[in-house]
Design a protein around this ligand. Sequence first.
Ligand code: NI
Length: 187
Amino acid sequence: MILPIYLYGQPVLREVAKDISADYPNLKELITNMFETMYNADGIGLAAPQIGLAIRLFVIDLEPLAEDNPKYTGFKKVFINPQIVEETGELVKMEEGCLSIPGINEIVERQEQIRIQYFDENFVSHDEVYNDFFARCIQHEYDHIEGKLFVDHISGIRKQLVKGKLNNMIKGKTNCHYKVKPVQSKN
Ligand code: NI
């Protein structure tokens, strides 16, 4: 089932999400719905707060990028109760976007390597190291469950420029091809 994606300004996007247990109601179905919602919006990552749930869960599927770069083949993962325990390496700049902030893309600086502990969809625990674009995607989704958004990382003149667009988004002035839940509706 395709769920509406909560847009910038929705309070749930600013909550620090809570851990869940293995008996969280309809977890399998929720994960399936999150992937379906993400694919429908042409995204490669989606966090639970983006569908209105302040729980520590996000999904990533980099398969759409595998056509141009085989290293992304089969990278489809579910992260439950994740904790980034270490961030290391150089600060790397790269453009990011977000399904909750459609139409805005900005350069974000992040450290190139992370170590993350999490449970997968079967509640098997993992302790893994990721770098480069894998790390960036995880860091972006991880921000969501910490109540942060990629626009928080922008500073100076760019922040001012983005502010106007974000204010319009709060007023419901957004065009996207997928189902959304803005703070105020257009009608
Ligand atoms: Ni996002």
